[in-house]
Design a binder for this molecule. Structure first.
Ligand SMILES: C[S@@+](CC[C@H](N)C(=O)[O-])C[C@H]1O[C@@H](n2cnc3c(N)ncnc32)[C@H](O)[C@@H]1O
Length: 280
């Protein structure tokens, strides 16, 4: 969480979701307030670092699938978060940024990174926005009409677009989440895709409520959802369809392509929906 006191001057006023995740992922881009909140979350959810890692493995699988099998060359990483830790105490392989995964499939993918956290934006500009065909935008995605009018997004509309909403919707209330997904579904050209991950409160509701309470005490809205609520958000009516394997635990998505290590005990779901009519 930050505050802009005067043009060009940013003041840290508390923990930020992106930096808390960076801490949980073994990164080095966090401050005392972030670490304090992260430790409070870990008391309730010691499996959280595993969930962050499982989510980043899914991101690579989903981007590869959408690029290869759906033939999509344009990706918008909504709520991209801090780039993966290059150093620090992260366990497991370094997760690849979206551009690097897409670049393995297509010669010249386009990737736009969007986040409303100025520190994330600074990192995205510095570390990700360096390849031809990439851009970083600092914006509140809930102001979706403004975002779609941004020149770096509006120019994508001539071809299918993959929208990545990985661990983004839990930070919004129902109204914002429904409005953004509905707008993306209506605006996106044929062949487009929407990929999500979303934490669920179905399996350990008391612990999830405790996590939401601890976030709320830090001034951060956090809303895990049930499978039914996640399905309602995606609502893939024609011309959209839910692709196999459906809405499944994130560690199970694309399971044939990787070994399953489900240390988070499956607290999040993943899914990809696709708008019919693409070239692939
Ligand atoms: C939990 S992190 C997920 C990062 C990444 N997508 C991943 O899966 O590893 C959520 C990110 O969404 C960003 N975010 C939350 N609400 C947002 C909004 N309204 N507009 C833009 N970014 C937002 C946060 O700043 C944070 O970087």
């Amino acid at each position: 969480m930050t505050e802009q006191t005067q043009p060009g001057v940013r003041v840290l006023t508390g923990p930020s979701v992106a930096r808390v995740y960076n801490y949980l992922d073994g990164g080095v881009d966090h401050y005392q307030d972030d670490r304090v909140l992260a430790q409070k979350l870990l008391e309730v959810a010691p499996w959280w670092p595993q969930m962050v890692q499982t989510d980043s493995e899914y991101r690579a699988l989903a981007v590869d699938f959408i690029a290869r099998d759906l033939g999509v060359t344009q990706f918008v990483d909504l709520g991209c978060g801090l780039p993966p830790a290059l150093t620090g105490r992260r366990r497991g392989p370094r997760p690849e940024p979206v551009y690097e995964v897409a670049r393995r499939v297509h010669d010249a993918p386009r990737v736009v990174y969007v986040d409303n956290d100025w520190m994330v934006h600074a990192h995205a500009k510095f570390m990700l926005d360096k390849y031809r065909g990439t851009a970083a935008i600092e914006a509140d995605i809930r102001e979706i009409d403004q975002l779609l009018a941004h020149p770096d997004i509006a120019c994508l509309r001539g071809a299918p677009i993959a929208w990545l909403l990985h661990d983004l919707l839990p930070w919004w209330d129902d109204e914002a989440a429904h409005r953004v997904i509905t707008t993306l579904r209506e605006w996106s050209p044929p062949g487009s895709a929407i990929a999500i991950t979303h934490v669920t409160d179905e399996r350990i509701p008391e612990a999830m409520q405790e996590l939401a309470d601890r976030y709320a005490a830090a001034g951060i809205h956090y809303q895990p959802r049930s499978l039914r609520e996640i399905a309602d958000l995606l609502d893939p009516k024609a011309p959209w369809e839910l692709l196999a394997p459906g809405i499944v635990p994130t560690s199970q998505w694309g399971v044939t392509r990787r070994p399953v290590v489900d240390g988070s005990r499956g607290q999040s779901y993943a899914a990809v929906i696709n708008r019919a009519g693409g070239a692939a």
